[in-house]
Design a protein around this ligand. Structure first.
Ligand code: SAH
Length: 393
């Protein structure tokens, strides 16, 4: 068994069970890509078993802090089973469920989503890659399913020295699937969609939006960065009269329009705009348009804190424009999924946007990712999705 020895003082985060070991913390030692290493403090104390990643700044990711734990197939079978079982205790109201959320579930670099009878996995770290066959078997065993599709085609794989890859790892079947969440159905494609095909993390926000639509009787809704129309369909289900949905992906918009039809809504109640959101918001303002509910769910503007400043300006800009387009009494559901922007900063950005727009609003709710995208006490980086519901005064 290979060992890596940390520099003096670098054991602290591991003693708190934080699962990452940065390149700069290592005094000596190394291993092959994904190989399990014993991690020791500067004075030789056992700290963890971890997967080594020779190309990444995060040079090793912890599998276990228990010295007696063997990192083998039975270990992965047990962790996959417990992660899957935890979902049964969450109240998810959907057949689309995130079964494994990486570090938060003890499996760094592994994402697994279940869409009814099909699993879709992303193997994003050297360790997950190395154990791919074992993890695939463990996941199929934990769920009793027979189909697992791989979507390891993210740019983050490059940081681990891994090439993008996707396709069936086990079984085969259609890639255009349906997810039934709350009161609606949404079609998706696991081979061409974003991430694993769908944004399961916004499930409860979509439900909340539907509830607001019903309670406040939304007339005109604007759904920005609509992707496949999750918030659009939710608003219509809540009784909203008309939803304008904006996205710069033609394929996402086509799926969004199909999803409106799938749920039995008249096409006249939905307008789809294939354009940049920032430009569209400016245009709508110039046309004197207004809305009584707006969703802003942009892609990640800042992956790291280093990019936070530029991202903050971009968030502020769209929030300012959206707040101007909002009727008094209207609600803005606004989000940031940037890891580099924490909840506090996001709040400040939206407050700054409101000041620039010359409006004030009540923060009526703070939102986060659905519970199957958990944060743990030891891994605060797990908090990535932050949302605010702002009601314009
Ligand atoms: N709210 C969605 C998820 C949004 S994902 C849901 O509930 O499923 C972010 C979306 O923003 C993607 O569909 C992407 O195509 C779109 N996008 C990214 N940059 C954009 C831009 N500048 N203008 C318009 N859409 C953009």
């Amino acid at each position: 068994m290979k060992t890596i020895r940390l520099k003096v003082g670098k054991e602290r985060s591991l003693l708190r069970h934080h699962p990452w070991i940065f390149e700069s913390a290592i005094e000596r030692g190394g291993a092959d890509s994904g190989e399990t290493v014993r991690v020791e403090s500067a004075d030789g104390q056992f700290l963890a078993w971890a997967a080594f990643s020779p190309h990444s700044k995060i040079r090793a990711r912890v599998w276990s802090f228990d010295e007696k734990q063997r990192i083998d197939a039975s270990f992965f079978i047990a962790v996959c089973a417990s992660s899957t079982a935890a979902r049964a205790r969450f109240d998810l109201k959907s057949d689309g469920v995130r079964l494994v959320h990486g570090e938060s579930d003890g499996l760094p670099g592994l994402i697994v989503d279940r869409y009814d009878q099909t699993l879709v996995a992303q193997f994003l770290s050297s360790g997950a890659e190395r154990w791919k066959a074992v993890l695939t078997d463990a996941l199929l065993q934990a769920t009793g399913l027979e189909r697992l599709y791989e979507r390891s085609d993210t740019s983050s794989r490059a940081q681990e020295g891994l090439l993008p890859v996707s396709g069936w790892l086990h079984g085969t079947g259609p890639t255009d699937l349906l997810v039934c969440e709350h009161a609606w159905k949404l079609g998706l494609d696991i081979s061409t969609g974003h991430k694993t095909g769908f944004y399961l993390d916004q499930r409860d926000s979509r439900k909340k939006f539907a509830d607001y639509a019903q309670r406040l009787q939304f007339q005109r809704v604007l759904n920005c960065f609509c992707y496949t129309g999750g918030f659009t369909v939710a608003a219509l289900c809540g009784g909203a009269q008309h939803v304008t949905s904006v996205d710069s992906s033609g394929a996402a918009l086509a799926q969004a329009a199909a999803n409106v039809a799938l749920n039995g809504f008249d096409a006249a109640r939905a307008t789809f705009v294939d354009a940049d959101v920032n430009a569209t918001l400016r245009q709508l303002l110039a046309q004197g348009r207004s809305f009584d509910a707006i969703v802003l769910d942009p892609p990640k503007f800042a992956a790291t804190q280093a990019q936070a400043e530029r991202a903050a300006r971009a968030y502020k800009d769209i929030n300012r424009l959206a707040l101007k387009l909002l009727e008094p009494g209207g609600v803005l559901f606004t989000y940031s999924c940037s890891g580099g922007i924490d909840a506090d900063l996001f709040h400040k950005i939206v407050a700054g946007a409101a000041a620039d727009a010359g409006v004030d609003g009540y923060i009526v709710e703070r939102l986060g990712a659905a519970p199957d995208h958990p944060m743990t006490l030891t891994f605060p980086e797990g908090e990535y999705l932050k949302g605010l519901v702002v009601m314009r005064k």
